[in-house]
Design a protein around this ligand. Structure first.
Ligand code: MN
Length: 583
């Protein structure tokens, strides 16, 4: 996900990451609520605010501000995510059960069961999160059980965390690190799974700043340099695109954006490159009304600029797992400036930014495509399903590891024994790893050690595994089944090549000898059976003697074929007296 270049600049000038608006009042919340959804219950929201304010009246945040500032901020984040009356009320009340004498019954009586349950859910999570480290796995488990109960609890929890991240500076260093780390490892991946990129990005950048302050500073400075260097060319490119769009009468908004800080950091680290080598550091985002227009715009871009080969990705035709849709490609813009072009519709853009929150039924009823809603529900069900499976694993440590690796994107991060990071798609095996390092290593792999333990080469690698490949001096014979097990195209193509070579070598010919009564179409029927069984015919000889015919067919012998079965089929043909294979 990308940050608007103007917005980023403003934030950098303030020396802040993306924080919420400084001073927010209940009036701001009510204004946004009504603006977004006429049917929001302002009265109830105000009542929740007054109740929470009264309950928290003698409490203060670490920043010295009155405590009520915190729930108000959380509610404001949520109102901007289009959440409903119940969630906004619950956000305002989310800390009263834990920090004041208010009870579940009180909330239930005044605000109803739905709100009371959300508040209770969040409170339970809060409580869990305060317990000691080793119980962490158990906490995560509970978190997901809560998610299954009512997804709004988790979304509220994410908003709560976002506000807490933005006030981290008031905490002690060790707390800062612990919270920031947990946010990047757990909360941001959850936001990602829910398709809430906007929130994910804010959680990551906000935490990264505290986790690695030096690196953060460094990237912000370098990014500013890059912006200053390329801004003019980017703007000229943008203007050119806008002019062409107008000529073709396509209505679209065109924006220049940059990758967000944490993503820049990750890319630089993974690929071991400098910021100036990141090809999609800047992007021009073109948002239009209709899906069809996306492809028309793509046509315009491709006539205007040169595409960098291999960078075209059509996520409209094949959306990503969390439903992200757009067309991406990297082009050479004005005067060779390299930038990514992203094309999508307004609807796609909304889903990209806000994910699941687009799918609450109360948002602009009827405007959501039924198909998409179903798709998303299936996706969510998929998450639950896999988590439920994990519940079976009784060992909480194992659960945590599995969960974390499930949450971390669709890639696994691995290490060579020397400590170099390698990235492979999820499900990749040690064979993929070998080929990733070098073709020759792949060709000679005989075994592997994963975290110092000898394992089969087809073992699926997990996040953080240290992988050592054992090789032999001779070329090894890959197994046919490897083709189904490896994940990377590189490994697949090499294995296929080797297998084919072996097959070529193994080819030998045999002879099928048939004795039959002669009749019309006899040979045709025989060859038909052979071709249906994928037998390669090298030559056919016939020898007629009185009314009997001898047919000799030279064929290529393949080990995997069941020749007995084939001969049996031939024997069933009318008139055949005898059929045998001479190898
Ligand atoms: Mn809170």
């Amino acid at each position: 996900m990308f940050v608007d270049i103007i917005l980023l600049k403003e934030n950098m000038d303030k020396g802040e990451s993306m924080e919420t608006k400084e001073e927010i009042s209940i009036e701001d919340i009510l204004y946004q609520a009504k603006k977004r959804n006429q049917s929001m219950n302002s009265k109830l929201i105000r009542k929740a605010y007054e109740y929470a304010k009264e309950k928290h009246k003698n409490q203060f945040r670490k920043s010295g501000e009155p405590y009520i500032i915190h729930p108000v901020h959380v509610a404001y984040i949520l109102v901007n995510l289009n959440l409903d009356t119940e969630t906004i009320c619950a956000a305002l009340l989310h800390d009263v059960l834990e920090d004041t004498e208010a009870t579940y019954e009180d909330i239930n009586n005044i605000f109803g069961t739905q709100i009371a349950q959300i508040v209770e859910g969040v409170t339970k999570l809060n409580y869990l999160f305060k317990t000691v480290e080793e119980k962490q796995a158990e906490n995560y488990k509970k978190m997901f059980i809560a998610m299954e109960k009512d997804i709004r609890i988790i979304i509220l929890k994410l908003a709560d965390r976002l506000h807490n991240i933005s006030t981290l500076k008031y905490l002690k260093r060790d707390r800062q690190i612990a919270i920031a780390k947990e946010t990047i490892e757990l909360y941001a991946p959850i936001a990602h799974k829910l398709g809430m990129y906007d929130l994910k990005m804010k959680l990551e950048d906000g935490s990264f700043k505290f986790l690695y302050p030096k690196e953060y500073e460094d990237i912000v400075n370098k990014l500013e340099d890059q912006i200053n260097k390329t801004k003019k060319l980017l703007e000229i490119t943008k203007d050119e695109i806008e002019i062409q769009l107008k000529r073709q009468r396509i209505v679209a908004s065109v924006k220049i954006e940059t990758k967000h800080i944490y993503n820049i950091y990750k890319k630089m680290k993974q690929k071991r490159i400098g910021i100036e080598e990141i090809k999609d550091l800047f992007s021009i985002k073109i948002i239009t009304n209709k899906k069809q227009d996306c492809y028309r715009i793509l046509g315009i871009i491709n006539t205007l600029y040169n595409l960098i080969p291999g960078t075209f990705k059509d996520y409209i035709a094949t959306p990503r797992n969390n439903m992200y849709e757009a067309i991406h490609e990297i082009i050479l813009g004005k005067k060779g400036v390299i930038l990514e072009v992203q094309i999508c519709s307004y609807a796609m853009n909304k889903i990209a930014k806000y994910g699941i929150t687009n799918y609450f039924p109360y948002i602009e009823k009827g405007k959501i495509e039924k198909k998409q809603e179903v798709k998303f529900k299936n996706k969510l069900y998929g998450i639950h399903n896999s988590l439920e499976l994990k519940n079976i694993i009784k060992d909480p440590k194992e659960f945590l590891n599995t969960l974390k690796s499930e949450l971390l994107d669709d890639e696994v991060y691995l290490f060579t024994p020397k400590g170099d990071i390698k990235v492979l798609p999820r499900g990749a095996t040690a064979i993929d790893f070998a080929y990733l390092i070098h073709e020759q290593i792949g060709k000679h792999i005989v075994g592997c050690r994963i975290n110092s333990i000898e394992m089969p080469v087809i073992t699926k690698l997990k996040n953080g595994d240290i992988v050592e490949i054992l090789t032999s001096n001779e070329n090894i014979q890959p197994k046919e089944e490897w083709l189904q097990l490896v994940k990377t195209a590189k490994a697949k193509s090499h294995i296929l090549k080797q297998l084919n070579k072996e097959k070529q070598k193994a080819k030998k010919n045999g002879k099928i000898e048939i004795l039959s009564l002669d009749r019309k179409n006899l040979v045709l029927e025989i060859t038909d059976i052979l071709t249906k069984n994928n037998i390669n015919i090298q030559s056919i000889n016939t020898n007629l003697n009185e009314n009997k015919i001898k047919i000799n067919i030279t064929v290529e012998i393949q080990e995997s074929r069941d020749y007995k079965k084939i001969l049996k089929q031939i024997l069933e043909i009318n008139g055949i007296i005898e059929a045998k294979l001479q190898e």
